[in-house]
Design a protein around this ligand. Structure first.
Ligand code: NAP
Length: 349
Protein backbone atom coordinates (compact mmCIF):
# COMPACT_ATOMS: atom_id res chain seq x y z
CA UNK A 1 0.00 0.00 0.00
CA UNK A 2 1.20 3.52 -0.84
CA UNK A 3 2.48 5.70 2.01
CA UNK A 4 0.11 8.61 2.69
CA UNK A 5 1.45 12.06 1.90
CA UNK A 6 1.44 13.06 5.59
CA UNK A 7 1.72 11.27 8.91
CA UNK A 8 -0.30 13.72 11.00
CA UNK A 9 -2.18 16.82 9.84
CA UNK A 10 -3.17 19.46 12.41
CA UNK A 11 -5.82 22.04 11.53
CA UNK A 12 -5.97 25.20 13.58
CA UNK A 13 -9.48 26.35 12.74
CA UNK A 14 -11.87 23.91 11.11
CA UNK A 15 -14.67 25.85 9.46
CA UNK A 16 -15.79 25.94 5.83
CA UNK A 17 -12.30 25.89 4.32
CA UNK A 18 -10.44 23.80 6.90
CA UNK A 19 -13.11 21.10 7.08
CA UNK A 20 -13.37 20.95 3.27
CA UNK A 21 -9.64 20.27 3.07
CA UNK A 22 -9.94 17.75 5.92
CA UNK A 23 -12.69 16.00 3.94
CA UNK A 24 -10.33 15.76 0.93
CA UNK A 25 -7.47 14.41 3.07
CA UNK A 26 -9.83 11.83 4.55
CA UNK A 27 -11.40 10.81 1.23
CA UNK A 28 -8.06 10.54 -0.56
CA UNK A 29 -6.26 8.83 2.38
CA UNK A 30 -3.58 11.52 2.39
CA UNK A 31 -2.74 11.28 6.11
CA UNK A 32 -2.61 8.66 8.83
CA UNK A 33 -4.11 11.03 11.36
CA UNK A 34 -6.04 14.33 11.30
CA UNK A 35 -6.51 16.46 14.42
CA UNK A 36 -7.76 19.99 15.02
CA UNK A 37 -7.87 22.86 17.44
CA UNK A 38 -10.71 25.40 17.34
CA UNK A 39 -12.16 27.97 19.69
CA UNK A 40 -15.30 26.05 20.54
CA UNK A 41 -15.64 22.54 21.92
CA UNK A 42 -18.78 22.12 19.82
CA UNK A 43 -16.85 22.39 16.52
CA UNK A 44 -14.43 19.70 17.69
CA UNK A 45 -17.27 17.40 18.77
CA UNK A 46 -19.08 17.92 15.47
CA UNK A 47 -15.87 17.29 13.51
CA UNK A 48 -15.37 14.03 15.40
CA UNK A 49 -18.97 13.01 14.81
CA UNK A 50 -18.48 13.72 11.09
CA UNK A 51 -15.42 11.43 11.18
CA UNK A 52 -13.08 14.24 10.09
CA UNK A 53 -10.66 14.16 13.04
CA UNK A 54 -9.42 11.62 15.55
CA UNK A 55 -8.77 14.19 18.30
CA UNK A 56 -9.81 17.75 19.00
CA UNK A 57 -7.92 20.10 21.32
CA UNK A 58 -8.80 23.43 22.88
CA UNK A 59 -5.06 24.14 22.99
CA UNK A 60 -3.36 24.41 19.56
CA UNK A 61 -0.07 23.26 21.16
CA UNK A 62 -1.51 19.79 21.68
CA UNK A 63 -2.72 19.65 18.09
CA UNK A 64 0.61 20.54 16.43
CA UNK A 65 2.77 18.17 18.47
CA UNK A 66 4.18 15.56 16.06
CA UNK A 67 2.31 17.02 13.06
CA UNK A 68 4.19 17.08 9.75
CA UNK A 69 1.55 19.37 8.23
CA UNK A 70 -0.03 22.29 10.10
CA UNK A 71 -2.84 24.16 8.33
CA UNK A 72 -4.00 27.52 9.68
CA UNK A 73 -7.65 27.69 8.56
CA UNK A 74 -8.83 30.56 10.71
CA UNK A 75 -9.43 34.30 10.26
CA UNK A 76 -6.20 35.94 9.15
CA UNK A 77 -6.19 38.38 12.09
CA UNK A 78 -5.64 35.39 14.45
CA UNK A 79 -2.50 34.20 12.63
CA UNK A 80 0.18 35.94 14.70
CA UNK A 81 -1.20 34.90 18.08
CA UNK A 82 -1.55 31.28 17.00
CA UNK A 83 1.98 31.22 15.51
CA UNK A 84 3.43 32.64 18.74
CA UNK A 85 1.70 29.88 20.70
CA UNK A 86 2.67 26.92 18.48
CA UNK A 87 6.17 28.02 17.39
CA UNK A 88 8.16 26.11 20.09
CA UNK A 89 6.20 22.91 19.44
CA UNK A 90 6.47 22.65 15.66
CA UNK A 91 8.49 19.74 14.26
CA UNK A 92 11.70 20.93 12.62
CA UNK A 93 10.58 19.89 9.14
CA UNK A 94 6.89 20.48 9.58
CA UNK A 95 5.10 22.07 6.64
CA UNK A 96 3.22 25.15 7.81
CA UNK A 97 0.59 26.65 5.52
CA UNK A 98 -2.58 28.69 5.68
CA UNK A 99 -5.70 29.31 3.61
CA UNK A 100 -6.19 33.03 4.35
CA UNK A 101 -7.68 35.34 1.75
CA UNK A 102 -4.81 37.85 2.10
CA UNK A 103 -1.15 36.94 2.07
CA UNK A 104 0.95 40.03 2.84
CA UNK A 105 -0.32 40.30 6.41
CA UNK A 106 0.08 36.54 7.02
CA UNK A 107 3.72 36.80 5.97
CA UNK A 108 4.12 39.89 8.20
CA UNK A 109 2.61 37.94 11.11
CA UNK A 110 5.03 35.07 10.48
CA UNK A 111 8.01 37.47 10.35
CA UNK A 112 6.91 39.04 13.65
CA UNK A 113 7.05 35.58 15.21
CA UNK A 114 9.97 33.83 13.45
CA UNK A 115 12.04 36.87 12.44
CA UNK A 116 13.44 37.20 8.92
CA UNK A 117 14.59 33.54 8.94
CA UNK A 118 11.27 31.96 8.24
CA UNK A 119 11.05 28.16 8.46
CA UNK A 120 11.65 26.33 5.15
CA UNK A 121 8.35 24.53 5.65
CA UNK A 122 6.36 27.78 5.67
CA UNK A 123 4.40 28.19 2.41
CA UNK A 124 1.36 30.49 2.51
CA UNK A 125 -1.64 29.53 0.38
CA UNK A 126 -5.12 30.61 -0.62
CA UNK A 127 -7.82 28.44 -2.21
CA UNK A 128 -9.91 30.57 -4.55
CA UNK A 129 -13.12 28.82 -3.64
CA UNK A 130 -15.66 29.45 -0.98
CA UNK A 131 -19.27 29.98 -0.08
CA UNK A 132 -21.44 32.34 1.93
CA UNK A 133 -21.80 29.74 4.68
CA UNK A 134 -19.29 29.11 7.42
CA UNK A 135 -18.52 26.42 9.96
CA UNK A 136 -17.55 22.77 10.00
CA UNK A 137 -20.91 21.61 8.59
CA UNK A 138 -20.63 23.93 5.58
CA UNK A 139 -17.49 22.13 4.30
CA UNK A 140 -17.68 20.02 1.14
CA UNK A 141 -15.25 17.48 -0.25
CA UNK A 142 -15.58 19.02 -3.73
CA UNK A 143 -15.36 22.69 -2.67
CA UNK A 144 -12.00 23.15 -4.40
CA UNK A 145 -12.65 20.96 -7.46
CA UNK A 146 -12.11 22.91 -10.69
CA UNK A 147 -11.09 25.99 -8.73
CA UNK A 148 -7.67 27.56 -8.39
CA UNK A 149 -5.42 27.39 -5.37
CA UNK A 150 -2.70 30.01 -5.14
CA UNK A 151 0.50 29.17 -3.28
CA UNK A 152 2.83 32.07 -2.51
CA UNK A 153 6.19 30.42 -1.79
CA UNK A 154 8.75 32.74 -0.20
CA UNK A 155 12.50 32.82 -0.89
CA UNK A 156 12.85 30.87 2.38
CA UNK A 157 10.35 28.14 1.36
CA UNK A 158 11.84 24.70 0.63
CA UNK A 159 10.95 23.24 -2.76
CA UNK A 160 10.12 19.94 -1.00
CA UNK A 161 7.41 21.73 1.02
CA UNK A 162 6.00 23.48 -2.05
CA UNK A 163 5.86 20.21 -3.97
CA UNK A 164 4.04 18.39 -1.18
CA UNK A 165 1.47 21.16 -0.91
CA UNK A 166 0.96 21.09 -4.68
CA UNK A 167 0.25 17.35 -4.41
CA UNK A 168 -2.16 17.97 -1.53
CA UNK A 169 -4.19 20.60 -3.37
CA UNK A 170 -4.12 18.69 -6.63
CA UNK A 171 -5.76 15.81 -4.75
CA UNK A 172 -8.69 18.19 -4.16
CA UNK A 173 -8.91 18.50 -7.98
CA UNK A 174 -7.86 22.13 -7.83
CA UNK A 175 -5.47 23.81 -10.24
CA UNK A 176 -2.44 25.02 -8.30
CA UNK A 177 -0.72 28.27 -9.24
CA UNK A 178 2.32 29.85 -7.59
CA UNK A 179 2.71 33.63 -7.42
CA UNK A 180 4.34 36.40 -5.39
CA UNK A 181 2.69 37.58 -2.20
CA UNK A 182 2.33 41.15 -3.53
CA UNK A 183 0.93 39.98 -6.84
CA UNK A 184 -1.59 37.79 -5.01
CA UNK A 185 -2.86 40.66 -2.88
CA UNK A 186 -3.10 43.03 -5.83
CA UNK A 187 -4.92 40.54 -8.08
CA UNK A 188 -7.32 39.47 -5.33
CA UNK A 189 -8.05 43.09 -4.40
CA UNK A 190 -9.51 43.55 -7.90
CA UNK A 191 -11.10 40.18 -8.54
CA UNK A 192 -12.50 39.29 -5.13
CA UNK A 193 -12.19 42.04 -2.53
CA UNK A 194 -13.55 44.88 -4.71
CA UNK A 195 -16.60 42.86 -5.91
CA UNK A 196 -17.41 41.93 -2.28
CA UNK A 197 -17.02 45.55 -1.21
CA UNK A 198 -19.33 46.64 -4.04
CA UNK A 199 -21.95 44.01 -3.16
CA UNK A 200 -21.98 44.96 0.53
CA UNK A 201 -22.12 48.64 -0.41
CA UNK A 202 -24.94 48.29 -2.92
CA UNK A 203 -27.11 46.31 -0.51
CA UNK A 204 -26.39 48.91 2.18
CA UNK A 205 -27.29 51.74 -0.22
CA UNK A 206 -30.66 50.14 -0.99
CA UNK A 207 -31.34 48.99 2.57
CA UNK A 208 -31.01 52.58 3.78
CA UNK A 209 -33.83 53.78 1.53
CA UNK A 210 -37.26 54.29 3.05
CA UNK A 211 -38.88 52.15 0.36
CA UNK A 212 -36.35 49.37 0.94
CA UNK A 213 -39.07 46.71 1.34
CA UNK A 214 -40.41 47.42 -2.14
CA UNK A 215 -36.91 47.52 -3.56
CA UNK A 216 -36.02 44.10 -2.21
CA UNK A 217 -39.48 42.63 -2.89
CA UNK A 218 -39.32 43.50 -6.58
CA UNK A 219 -35.61 42.90 -6.95
CA UNK A 220 -34.81 41.41 -10.32
CA UNK A 221 -32.44 38.55 -11.02
CA UNK A 222 -29.60 40.96 -11.71
CA UNK A 223 -29.74 42.37 -8.21
CA UNK A 224 -29.90 38.88 -6.74
CA UNK A 225 -26.86 37.72 -8.75
CA UNK A 226 -24.89 40.83 -7.96
CA UNK A 227 -25.71 40.95 -4.25
CA UNK A 228 -25.31 37.22 -3.48
CA UNK A 229 -21.84 37.71 -2.00
CA UNK A 230 -23.11 40.41 0.39
CA UNK A 231 -24.45 37.46 2.42
CA UNK A 232 -20.83 36.54 3.27
CA UNK A 233 -19.45 36.67 6.80
CA UNK A 234 -19.07 40.37 7.85
CA UNK A 235 -16.28 39.61 10.32
CA UNK A 236 -14.21 37.84 7.69
CA UNK A 237 -14.64 40.67 5.18
CA UNK A 238 -14.00 43.33 7.80
CA UNK A 239 -10.64 41.63 8.42
CA UNK A 240 -9.83 41.27 4.73
CA UNK A 241 -10.56 44.95 3.95
CA UNK A 242 -8.11 46.03 6.64
CA UNK A 243 -5.56 43.29 5.96
CA UNK A 244 -5.27 44.22 2.26
CA UNK A 245 -5.95 47.93 2.75
CA UNK A 246 -3.44 49.39 0.30
CA UNK A 247 -4.34 47.18 -2.67
CA UNK A 248 -8.07 47.49 -1.95
CA UNK A 249 -7.92 51.29 -1.81
CA UNK A 250 -6.15 51.27 -5.19
CA UNK A 251 -8.90 49.07 -6.59
CA UNK A 252 -11.58 51.37 -5.11
CA UNK A 253 -9.87 54.41 -6.70
CA UNK A 254 -9.90 52.64 -10.07
CA UNK A 255 -13.59 51.83 -9.60
CA UNK A 256 -14.46 55.43 -8.69
CA UNK A 257 -12.64 56.75 -11.76
CA UNK A 258 -14.46 54.31 -14.03
CA UNK A 259 -17.80 55.08 -12.35
CA UNK A 260 -17.24 58.77 -13.03
CA UNK A 261 -16.64 57.99 -16.71
CA UNK A 262 -19.87 56.05 -17.19
CA UNK A 263 -21.79 58.63 -15.11
CA UNK A 264 -20.62 61.42 -17.41
CA UNK A 265 -21.53 59.46 -20.56
CA UNK A 266 -25.09 59.02 -19.27
CA UNK A 267 -25.31 62.65 -18.14
CA UNK A 268 -24.12 63.87 -21.55
CA UNK A 269 -26.29 61.31 -23.37
CA UNK A 270 -23.20 60.32 -25.30
CA UNK A 271 -24.83 57.37 -26.97
CA UNK A 272 -21.91 56.36 -29.17
CA UNK A 273 -19.35 56.36 -26.37
CA UNK A 274 -21.71 54.61 -23.94
CA UNK A 275 -22.44 51.95 -26.54
CA UNK A 276 -18.69 51.58 -27.06
CA UNK A 277 -18.04 51.15 -23.35
CA UNK A 278 -20.86 48.63 -22.83
CA UNK A 279 -19.98 46.69 -25.97
CA UNK A 280 -16.33 46.57 -24.99
CA UNK A 281 -17.19 45.32 -21.50
CA UNK A 282 -19.56 42.71 -22.91
CA UNK A 283 -16.92 41.45 -25.35
CA UNK A 284 -14.31 41.36 -22.60
CA UNK A 285 -16.67 39.34 -20.37
CA UNK A 286 -17.38 36.87 -23.17
CA UNK A 287 -13.69 36.55 -23.96
CA UNK A 288 -12.96 36.00 -20.29
CA UNK A 289 -15.60 33.24 -20.08
CA UNK A 290 -14.14 31.40 -23.01
CA UNK A 291 -10.61 31.87 -21.76
CA UNK A 292 -11.55 30.35 -18.39
CA UNK A 293 -13.42 27.50 -20.02
CA UNK A 294 -10.34 27.01 -22.25
CA UNK A 295 -12.65 27.21 -25.26
CA UNK A 296 -11.99 29.29 -28.37
CA UNK A 297 -13.97 32.52 -28.48
CA UNK A 298 -15.71 31.39 -31.64
CA UNK A 299 -18.03 28.56 -30.73
CA UNK A 300 -17.99 25.68 -33.13
CA UNK A 301 -21.71 25.69 -33.80
CA UNK A 302 -21.52 29.37 -34.68
CA UNK A 303 -19.26 28.70 -37.65
CA UNK A 304 -20.75 25.45 -38.85
CA UNK A 305 -22.99 25.69 -41.82
CA UNK A 306 -26.58 24.90 -40.88
CA UNK A 307 -29.16 24.69 -43.61
CA UNK A 308 -32.09 22.59 -44.69
CA UNK A 309 -32.76 21.35 -48.21
CA UNK A 310 -36.30 21.84 -49.36
CA UNK A 311 -37.51 18.46 -50.72
CA UNK A 312 -38.36 18.37 -54.37
CA UNK A 313 -36.79 21.69 -55.24
CA UNK A 314 -33.73 22.08 -57.41
CA UNK A 315 -32.32 24.70 -55.15
CA UNK A 316 -31.94 24.66 -51.39
CA UNK A 317 -32.50 27.42 -48.96
CA UNK A 318 -31.74 28.12 -45.34
CA UNK A 319 -29.57 30.25 -43.13
CA UNK A 320 -25.97 29.44 -42.60
CA UNK A 321 -22.87 31.05 -41.22
CA UNK A 322 -19.59 30.51 -42.98
CA UNK A 323 -16.33 30.34 -41.01
CA UNK A 324 -14.54 33.64 -40.64
CA UNK A 325 -11.95 34.42 -43.28
CA UNK A 326 -8.40 35.27 -42.25
CA UNK A 327 -7.61 38.08 -44.66
CA UNK A 328 -11.07 39.63 -44.29
CA UNK A 329 -10.64 39.45 -40.48
CA UNK A 330 -7.30 41.27 -40.83
CA UNK A 331 -8.89 43.96 -42.93
CA UNK A 332 -11.71 44.41 -40.44
CA UNK A 333 -9.13 45.28 -37.78
CA UNK A 334 -7.37 47.71 -40.11
CA UNK A 335 -10.61 49.46 -41.04
CA UNK A 336 -11.60 49.52 -37.37
CA UNK A 337 -8.25 51.02 -36.44
CA UNK A 338 -8.57 53.96 -38.85
CA UNK A 339 -12.31 54.48 -38.28
CA UNK A 340 -13.81 56.82 -35.72
CA UNK A 341 -16.09 55.32 -33.04
CA UNK A 342 -16.83 51.68 -32.43
CA UNK A 343 -16.38 48.93 -34.98
CA UNK A 344 -18.41 45.74 -34.56
CA UNK A 345 -17.02 42.70 -36.33
CA UNK A 346 -18.92 39.42 -36.46
CA UNK A 347 -17.63 36.09 -37.69
CA UNK A 348 -14.03 37.04 -36.88
CA UNK A 349 -11.64 34.15 -37.49
P1 NAP B 1 -15.14 29.68 9.26
O1 NAP B 1 -16.02 28.69 8.57
O2 NAP B 1 -15.77 30.76 10.05
O3 NAP B 1 -14.13 28.90 10.21
C1 NAP B 1 -13.15 29.55 10.97
C2 NAP B 1 -12.53 28.55 11.95
O4 NAP B 1 -11.50 29.22 12.64
C3 NAP B 1 -13.52 28.01 12.96
O5 NAP B 1 -13.23 26.66 13.22
C4 NAP B 1 -13.22 28.86 14.21
O6 NAP B 1 -13.42 28.20 15.42
C5 NAP B 1 -11.73 29.08 14.05
N1 NAP B 1 -11.29 30.32 14.72
C6 NAP B 1 -11.81 31.55 14.59
N2 NAP B 1 -11.11 32.45 15.31
C7 NAP B 1 -10.14 31.75 15.91
C8 NAP B 1 -9.10 32.10 16.79
N3 NAP B 1 -8.95 33.37 17.20
N4 NAP B 1 -8.27 31.12 17.20
C9 NAP B 1 -8.45 29.85 16.80
N5 NAP B 1 -9.42 29.45 15.97
C10 NAP B 1 -10.24 30.40 15.54
O7 NAP B 1 -14.16 30.42 8.23
P2 NAP B 1 -13.64 29.93 6.81
O8 NAP B 1 -14.60 30.43 5.76
O9 NAP B 1 -13.26 28.50 6.84
O10 NAP B 1 -12.34 30.87 6.68
C11 NAP B 1 -11.10 30.47 7.19
C12 NAP B 1 -10.00 31.18 6.42
O11 NAP B 1 -10.16 30.86 5.03
C13 NAP B 1 -10.06 32.70 6.52
O12 NAP B 1 -8.76 33.19 6.73
C14 NAP B 1 -10.58 33.14 5.19
O13 NAP B 1 -9.99 34.38 4.82
C15 NAP B 1 -10.11 32.04 4.27
N6 NAP B 1 -10.94 31.83 3.09
C16 NAP B 1 -12.30 31.86 3.18
C17 NAP B 1 -13.06 31.68 2.04
C18 NAP B 1 -14.57 31.71 2.11
O14 NAP B 1 -15.23 31.86 1.09
N7 NAP B 1 -15.16 31.54 3.27
C19 NAP B 1 -12.45 31.41 0.80
C20 NAP B 1 -11.06 31.33 0.75
C21 NAP B 1 -10.31 31.55 1.91
P3 NAP B 1 -14.91 27.80 15.92
O15 NAP B 1 -15.36 26.71 15.00
O16 NAP B 1 -14.69 27.28 17.27
O17 NAP B 1 -15.73 29.04 15.80
Amino acid sequence: MLQPLFEKVAFIGLGLIGSSLARVIKAEHLANDIVASTRSQKTLEDAKALGLISHGYADPIEAVKGADLVVLALPVRATQKVLETIKPYLLENAILTDVGSTKGNVVEAAKAVFGENLPAGFVPGHPIAGAEHTGVHAGKVDLFANHKVILTPLPSSGQWAVEKLIQLWQASKAEVICMDVEKHDEVLAHTSHLPHLMAFNLVEQLAKREDNLDIFRYAAGGFRDFSRIAASDPQMWHDIFFANKKAILNAVDGFEAQLAIIRKLIEDEDSQALMGLLGHAQAARQHFNHMLAKKPLMEKNKVTQQFTIQPGAKTFQGKFTVPGDKSVSHRSIMFGAIAEGTTHVTGFL
